[in-house]
Design a protein around this ligand. Structure first.
Ligand code: URA
Length: 230
């Protein structure tokens, strides 16, 4: 009898706490996480804030919001476009086929995934993997900025034209971006290259040209890192 009474009291307290405050499940979890998160742990706070984000409509259709992942002390940050189906399911960036290609690209210049921090311009999977829209990019900008503040990379490798355009604020094509490097006002060196999925989509000679351009961009990144002693 005591057990039933206790369970009833707990249930009532729970309902009073959450439902009477008109909180939904996400807010409820976030609020409790907030209490548990260590003060000053900016990355944990960022995850919590992302979980709560409703700045655009994408939150309505995702399974998981995908925050960046990897080495938060890395000198290099990789920035892609937006999560795909695999990333949406697992909540981690670049874990599908494009992610495998990305791992190979890193290996080409002797880097492992643990050596870098990997994120996306847009943190929620767009429906049908649509191209990122301006409103989604703007909504997510705060999270990307905060990731940069946390990781403080010296180098950024942008993957594909969307990420390159967002980071460099230039409306160039990937063909125009590739082969060059840029210095942001805050001193970060940006090397734009093709998105790894282009190696999955393209065929024949076109794919071979892209592969060579990616190889050159990666060598450029490596040589810039060497010039600056990492
Ligand atoms: N493509 C991206 O741009 N990001 C991912 O996380 C996966 C695929």
């Amino acid at each position: 009898m005591d057990k039933i009474l206790n369970a009833l009291i707990m249930k009532l307290a729970y309902e009073k706490k959450y439902y009477r405050n008109n909180m939904n499940i996400t807010e409820m979890i976030s609020k409790d996480h907030l209490k548990l998160s260590k003060p000053g742990n900016e990355y944990e706070q960022l995850k919590i804030d992302l979980m709560k984000c409703k700045k655009c409509d994408l939150y309505k259709t995702v399974k998981n919001k995908v925050i960046g992942y990897g080495n938060r002390d890395a000198r290099i940050m990789l920035i892609g476009e937006a999560p795909g189906a695999n990333e949406d399911r697992e909540g981690k960036p670049f874990i599908g086929r494009a992610g495998e290609k990305l791992t190979q690209m890193l290996g080409y210049i002797g880097l492992k995934r643990d050596d870098v921090y990997i994120t996306n311009v847009v943190k929620c999977r767009p429906p049908q993997n649509a191209d990122p829209q301006k409103e989604w990019i703007i909504a997510c900008n705060e999270f990307l900025d905060r990731e940069m503040e946390i990781v403080k990379p010296k180098y950024i490798l942008t993957l594909g034209r969307f990420a390159s355009r967002v980071i460099l604020n230039m409306e160039l094509t990937m063909g125009q971006f590739s082969g060059n490097h840029y210095k942001l006002e805050n001193g970060i060196i940006v090397v734009p290259t093709y998105h790894p999925s282009s190696l999955l989509i393209q065929k024949g000679e076109r794919k071979e040209i892209t592969r060579k351009k990616i190889a050159n961009d990666l060598k450029l990144l490596k040589s810039l890192m060497g010039e600056n002693n990492g």
